[in-house]
Design a protein around this ligand. Sequence first.
Ligand code: SF4
Length: 390
Amino acid sequence: MPSEHAKLSASSASRWINCPGSVALSELCPDTSSSSYAEEGTIAHSLGELKLRKAEGEISPQKYAAELRKIKKSQYYCGEMEEATDYYADMVMEAKAAAGEDAELMMEQKFSLAQWIPEGFGTSDAVVIGGGAIQVIDLKYGKGIKVSAQGNPQLRLYGLGAAGLFSDLYDFDTVRMTIIQPRLDHISTEELPLKDLLEWAETIVAPRAQAAFDGMDVYETGDWCRFCPAKATCRKRAEYNLELAKADFKLPPLLSDEEIADVLKRADELTHWVKDVSDYALAQALDGHEYPGWKLVEGRSVRKYVDDLKVAEALQTAGYDEAMLYEKKLYGITAMERIVGKKKFVEILGDLVIRPQGKPVLAPESDKRKAFSTAEKAAEDFKEESCLQK
Ligand code: SF4
């Protein structure tokens, strides 16, 4: 996990490759990204690296124990992190074993990307070289969404940097790029011939990186906008989303099925955009900025006890039994998994957890989930199946 900050970082490569203008625009915008996930990720990476160094025999048991004690002091350390980093370390060691007896493993390998990206550099969590291939492995500790390695610019840049660093020392013609997301049981790999990766770097990365570095005003909206510091005030993104609002004025007076499908396709992005703009405007208003026709007011407030213990005491003094005053509540599934770790959770509670059928939602045809059967459709399917069996 890179700690230093590059102007064109590998982690934001998807954004600046697709929208080079976002780099200059971002410099004008406050960075509102939350740091708690980053801190949690940093601790998980340190623990994963420590386990790999132990597995490689690079550190003594005493040094390992001392480093582990430091990590355990973090507020983010928990059973789930232990399991996730065990999983990561096991997978990396398996990849090394699969690469052959002479395979080499490097942790936290820094490399330069300056050949393609001005001032570009990066760090790969783990690099395995052997069997005619170089493999970069990236630990993603987050569990928000599964990240695919297919066509992933961040991973490709890690692969490119590591290949550039070791191409004089080792023989390989294949680059394998792997994401391990232990908390989602997710592993994704893309494998490319080295020459294809180099061609991508020359024809796509280098020109876009130069355009981004030079501050060219070339903008393109897409999924990457959600991680852009300019996401709330970018005109290009606003124009894209406001086009959708204009759908209301289309003739004839009722929307066609095609228009509704178009609205659905863009509604998700529209919702995100409206939230981004609202959050930004609120932050600015709290900072003293005024928007014409708008003012800050106090939001809805919910009553709360001043002091829980004093409330209980007062009620008991008034004759209410203690048992009446408290509710006993189990931690929810996510919190419980965090406390005991995912493996133990399944071991102890596997038979006691069910997943009820989810509520139907509309999703694009490309969605991987199978289509939901409504009651009528299920009855029809059943009828058809019965007829076929006769
Ligand atoms: S919000 Fe989207 S279109 Fe606008 S600068 Fe950022 S990435 Fe580019």
